[in-house]
Structures are given as C-alpha cells and as structure tokens.
Design a protein around this ligand. Structure first.
Ligand code: MSP
Length: 519
C-alpha cells in the first residue's frame, strides 16, 4: 500500500507572558479543524503547537510576577496546554522553546547560517519594541501622547538599544525572496497579504539583528555565550525542531519537512513570510510550502486588550455556549483572513438559526420519524426519483467541495457549502412531506427518509472537524460505525445499511435561551 501523503501544519507558538484569550484560541482552532479534516481524508498528519518562552517580554513578565523565568514559563505554558483540552485540539505534539531538543535545533541552524557566511558581528543602535519583540528604525517611530517614542505602525512603546550584536545579511536575500514568491504563488496567503509582503521586500531589506548581548533569558549563540539569540529566530525555529531538525535523515524530518502550512495572525506575517524563508534558505533548508495570515477579532467593536479588560476567556464561552457551538461560530462568523467582531448576540444567533433550527431540526425530525414509523431501523429505500437523486447528488458532491475550500483555508466557505445542503435537505423534507406519505404511500416515505438519513451521514462526517462531539452523536444516531466516519466512506459504496437498528433520537443542538441581561 502506498504511504499516506503527509500533512504538517503548525500554529504560532504563544508567548507565555499572559493567559490565553479567544484570539489565541482562534489560530489553533483553525489548525485543529484542518488537522482533523486531513486525517479524515486519509492524510498522515503532524499538527504542532507550543509556547514561545524566551525573550525580553517573557523575562519582564516573570520579573513582574516576582518569579524566576523558568518557574514562570513552566506555569504559564501549562495554561496554553490546558487550553488545548478546553478547545478540543488534536495536536500531535506541543513544543516549548525551553526544551533541549529546541536548543539543539536552534544552535545548529545558527551554525549552518554562519558557516554559509550570512552572519557577521556588528553593533545595533536603534529602537526595540518589547511588546512585538521587534527592531525599529528611526523612521518607523513617532512621538507618543506622553512624548515617549512609539512605533508608527501600531503605537507600541519602543526603547533605545545600543549594544554589540550579530547580524543576519537579510539585505542579500531580496532577489531570492522575490523569486521564491514568484515561483510559489501559494506560499503566502491570502492574496492581499502576499502583495503586502512582496512590496515590503521589493522596497529593500536591511540586515537584521539576531542576537542580544544585554539579555540572558534566551538560547546562547554558539561560540559566543555573551550573546543570546534574537527571540524571533529562536521562536521560528520551533517549526523545524518539531520535525526533528537537525536530524535531517530521521523519518520524522523526511516525512514532514517542509511544512505544508504555518497558520499565523496578520500581525506576525512578516516574520514568517520574509525572515523565516530567508533564514532557511541561508542555512540550505527548504522553506515551508505555505503561510496563511488570518485576521483579528475585536470584541463588541473594540480592540481586545488586557487594559480594556475585555479579553474573552475561552473557558468562559465554552462553559456558556458549549464547545461545538463556539468552534462553529468562530469559523463561520468571518471570512477566514478578514477581521471581525465577536459578540454574544452573534453567537446566540448562529446557535439558534444554523445549528438548532437548520441542522439540528433536520436530524431530529427525520430520525424521530424513522424511530416511530420504521420500527426504529433504517428503512429500505425503493427506487430513487429525480428529487431524491438531486439531494443525494448534492450531498455526494460535498466532500470534494469542502476539500477544495479547506485546501485554501476558506473555513467559512466550507461551512456555507455544507449548510447549502442542510437547507436543500430541509426543503426536500418539506416538499416530500413524509408525514403525509406515512398513510398514503409508506414505501415512498421509506425512500424519502432514507435519502435524508444518507444526506445526514454526509453532513455529519463533514462537520466532524468543526464540531467533533455533536457530529459524533449524530453519526451514533445514524448507526454509522466509528471506522466508517471518513471521507473515503462517503459516496454510494458506503451508504447506510437498511435494517440497521437506530438508537432513540436525542436533540443534538439545543436552542440557547439567554437568561442573562441583554448583551
Ligand atoms: N510568540 C509569537 C509567535 C511566534 S511563532 C514562531 C506571538 N505570540 S502571541 O501569543 O502574541 O500571538 C499568537 C497568535 O495569536 C498570533 O497568530 C496572533 O495573531 C494571534 N492573536 C492574538 N490576538 C488576536 C486577536 N485578537 N484575534 C485573532 N488572533 C489574535 O506572536
């Protein structure tokens, strides 16, 4: 048997300076849905996430908490690991940048870049934003409201840094990067972000400071322990550490590198789409296949921030609305790639309309009829008519459509396409009126109920990556065996077996009744 095609995808690794909020949960959720979909589609998946634990920002937070950095990162990293349990992530590995496997990988990457002549020792004199862990030139900063300097782009405070530093010859990589984007049109997405990246690179690149002499909390530079590596070089390298680098002959590395997808937020695209491929090319390592930058959530119209006190804690919304509904909402509410607003009203609307009224009700009314009128077993269908074929055809076409949508990270489109079939199935039930057929033509009723049950099988298999628990319950109610819940089992060969006894139907998507003050 041919080996299953590998699919390696990663989330950004999260700074352990704070507790996770819904923005962090979102990036990983998108990856989780893709990972689950790829597994259902027979791919051999490596899904990596983890925590970014070095650098000035984390060191500062540790000091503010009155803790040693290691003790602090051990504690905060656990909160991100625990988030995985709350959000139902199916990651295969969790990497921490304070692990030995990562130190080894970073130091080796540095050595290779240095051996190839792309690193030199110089002196950095310029601005540094601790919040972004990024260097800024004089032309990128402006006077803030209190006179202190801030970045012109995002208003982050900056401080003046002047110290010896190693530099990466990024300036020499302009042409190679432009050629890389040109030859690999899918390497940076969405299109608008790709254009931003290309014009940034086309505008000329400065060499990049890649070490800090004044910061001890980091990975020592090989051969010069007075310096620690710049936290972004350290952090980006997690993606190859997780694939077994520097053991490039290992099965792990040979199977999974280059990564198929790095999913990131729009704020960190430049690091991933410019610096990272340049570092890798300089080390003689193949760059990742694709980087996708998604948008940002605001909360009831406002930027989400700790100081505004409006950061949404994933634990709270999962406790309130349930995990499946939260997962569905986050990926359905916005076109993936765009910014959007989180509101309680919107989530309740989606729960009651899309989930309870449309999807849940379809399953409930059909399964209840099967239970009452077909001896609680899947009915034997008669010959299919044009109307039945139309519905079954639409369901049968869905796997390829969803595969194409998710292949370009269009999560919302995948859900829209799935819900088109939900809508079609509801209209079909209304038109066929099996409750009328029950008396007039029971054989035809059996065919209609079977056609909808078979449509539900397709829907439930395809909604598994988004809503694993609810979809699993729906598949239980349809009597679908666990091993038959894959994309390969969809299509006529895998059709539901008439005569299969079904359990008593239970509502899967309850309506949400808001008993708290209006929000
Ligand atoms: N540590 C770096 C990433 C290093 S990857 C080699 C970092 N960490 S972060 O914790 O600040 O952010 C992690 C991710 O969360 C980013 O992709 C960021 O875009 C995302 N989000 C943070 N706030 C967000 C929203 N309000 N909305 C959506 N995503 C947001 O950056």
């Amino acid at each position: 048997m041919a080996a299953r095609a590998a699919y390696y995808l990663s989330t950004p690794i999260y700074y352990v300076n704070d507790s996770p909020h819904i923005g962090h949960a979102y990036t990983s959720l998108a990856c989780d849905v893709l990972a689950r979909f790829m597994r259902l589609d027979g791919r051999d998946v490596l899904f990596l996430t983890g925590t970014d634990e070095h650098g000035q920002k984390v060191a500062k937070s540790a000091a503010a908490a009155g803790m040693e950095p290691q003790e602090f990162v051990d504690q905060v990293s656990e909160r991100f690991r625990a988030l995985g349990g709350v959000m139902g992530y199916s990651n295969d590995d969790f990497i921490r940048t304070t692990e030995a496997r990562h130190t080894r990988s970073c130091q080796e990457l540095w050595r290779r870049i240095a051996d190839n002549g792309h690193i030199y020792l110089g002196k950095y004199a310029g601005w540094y934003s601790v919040r972004e862990e990024a260097f800024y030139a004089e032309s990128d900063v402006v006077g803030g409201p209190d006179g202190a300097k801030v970045t012109a782009s995002g208003g982050s405070p900056v401080e003046w840094v002047e110290e010896p530093s190693y530099f990466f010859r990024l300036s020499a990589w302009q042409d190679a990067l432009l050629e890389f984007y040109e030859k690999n049109p899918d390497a940076v997405a969405p299109e608008s972000r790709r254009n931003e990246v290309i014009s940034f690179v086309a505008g000329g690149l400065n060499d990049l400071s890649i070490s800090r002499a004044s910061l001890k909390w980091g990975i020592p530079v090989p051969g010069d322990p007075d310096h620690t590596m710049y936290v972004w070089l350290d952090a980006l390298t997690n993606y190859i550490s997780g694939a077994g680098f520097p053991d490039t002959e290992s099965d792990l590395y040979r199977t999974y590198w280059p990564a198929d997808l790095h999913m990131v937020g729009k704020d960190i695209l430049r690091f991933h789409a410019v610096y990272w491929p340049a570092f890798l090319m300089a080390a003689g390592v193949e760059p990742p296949t694709r980087v996708f930058a998604h948008g940002w959530w605001t909360i009831e119209g406002e930027k989400m921030s700790k100081s505004l006190g409006n950061a949404i804690d994933p634990h709270h919304i999962v406790a309130r609305y349930g995990l499946d509904a939260v997962r569905y909402f986050l990926l359905r509410a916005l076109p993936f790639g765009s910014d959007g607003d989180f509101s309680h009203r919107a989530i309740v609307g989606r729960m009651n309309d899309d989930l309870a009224n449309d999807y849940g009700n379809l399953a409930q009314r059909v399964l209840t009829m099967v239970n009452r009128n077909c001896g609680a077993a899947l009915p034997e269908p008669g010959p299919f008519e044009t109307s039945d074929e139309a519905l079954l055809g639409a369901a049968g076409a869905l796997p390829a459509t969803v595969r194409a949508d998710l292949g370009r990270q269009a999560f919302h489109q995948a859900l829209i396409h799935i819900w088109e079939v939900v809508g079609q199935a509801n209209r079909y039930v209304d038109e066929q009126a099996p409750w009328v057929l029950r008396k007039e033509d029971p054989a035809r009723m059996a065919t209609v109920l079977y056609a909808v049950a078979e449509t539900l099988r397709h829907l439930a298999v395809l909604t598994q990556p988004f809503m694993p628990a609810a979809s699993g319950r729906m598949l239980d109610q349809l009597g679908v065996a666990r091993e038959a819940r894959t994309l390969a089992a969809l299509g006529p060969e895998g059709r539901l077996a008439p005569g299969t006894t079904l359990p008593k139907p239970e509502p899967i998507f309850p309506r949400f009744v808001d008993d708290s003050p209006a929000s």
